[in-house]
Write a protein that binds this ligand. Structure first.
Ligand SMILES: [Zn+2]
Length: 327
């Protein structure tokens, strides 16, 4: 390079350095808040266009499953806290579980986004020699991205979903929901898990022993409502309340003394589905049928985690434009 060229290059460099132009402005501009918040979480591939961007304030997700709770039993008299929750958030007009409407297969689909053929948990009791769910779960995906995961449950068979090293805390404080709700509330406030699954046994227990919709079943549903109130009180009093998404659902409905007829009896497949939290409309109704796999998809989207390849379900982080309201 000639001396003249060197002089020219030096002059241009000097001009650029002194220039108050766009280079300096671009460097000085702070990155947008959304970028900071995304970067704080694990790397996430771009969401598909059909998945709405999650509201930035969600930091914790709690999934509460009330075993055997039929959605048509919810009422002001029997389940006032559920009715309040629907006003605080959005509910599904119709929600259903998989055709294999039993506790273990259905929870496995709810927490993985896969059907029973893929997730492999087609039986319905705890069998220690049968190992664990065959597909990734919301817990395994969250744990792989350094989030803290927990399950506090009433039934031991749900351990088949807690693959070792994917659930940081697994606990069974009691069979019925009183002990589970109190412990889950205390644990959430003190240990601050990013993802918590809570399971109440009561409606199912009294449905089997006395029949779905019997007076004893209705009492158990009322008790489950009080357990939900206990847990929601603990969440709402905690410092995490404003950043927590809550999903309330169930694994199946039931009729007579059973609930296994999901292929023939729609009432065995019907479940409640209520979502409340940052950015979720108040008093909204999702018009499309919700499937239990949507719980897994919604949980992953809310925590900005990638979907498991080939999983089912849609993220249902409802916006005002997505919901209807009863007249
Ligand atoms: Zn069940």
């Amino acid at each position: 390079m000639s001396r003249r060229h060197i002089g020219l290059v030096a002059s241009i460099a000097c001009l650029l350095a002194l220039s108050p132009g766009p280079i300096r402005i671009r460097r000085a501009a702070p990155p947008p808040v959304a970028v900071l918040q995304t970067a704080e979480r694990a790397p996430t591939p771009p969401a598909t266009p059909s998945v709405p961007a999650p509201p930035p304030a969600i930091r914790h997700v709690i999934i509460i499953s009330e075993d055997g709770l039929r959605p048509d039993v919810l009422s002001e008299d029997l389940t006032p806290r559920h009715m309040e929750l629907m006003e605080e958030g959005t509910k599904a007009r119709v929600a259903e579980t998989i055709p294999e409407s039993d506790t273990l297969p259905s929870h496995a689909s709810m927490l993985s986004g896969f059907g029973a053929e893929e997730h492999g948990l087609w039986w319905n009791s705890y069998k220690s020699d049968r190992g664990y769910i065959h597909v990734p779960t919301v817990f395994s995906v969250a744990h792989a991205h350094a989030l803290k995961t927990a399950m506090i449950v009433g039934k031991p068979k749900l351990r088949h979903i807690a693959v070792p090293k994917t659930v940081d805390h697994f606990e069974r404080p009691s069979y019925l929901c009183g002990g589970v709700a109190r412990r889950a509330g205390t644990y959430f406030a003190s240990d601050k898990p990013d993802l918590l699954f809570v399971h109440f046994s009561d409606p199912d227990e009294y449905g089997h022993s006395h029949g779905w919709m019997s007076p004893e079943y209705l009492r158990a549903v009322h008790n489950s409502d009080r357990c939900l109130a206990t847990l929601l009180d603990a969440i709402d009093k905690s410092e995490l309340a404003s950043s927590t998404l809550v999903i309330v659902t169930a694994d199946h409905g039931g009729h007579g003394h059973r609930h296994s007829g999901g292929r023939r009896a729609a009432i065995d497949r019907e479940i409640p589905w209520i979502i409340r939290g940052p950015g979720i409309p108040r008093g909204g109704i999702i018009p499309e049928t919700i499937h239990t796999m949507d719980t897994a998809a919604t949980t992953l989207a809310a925590l900005r985690l990638p979907r498991t390849p080939n999983m089912g379900g849609f993220a249902r982080l409802a916006r005002e434009t997505d919901v209807e309201r009863d007249p």
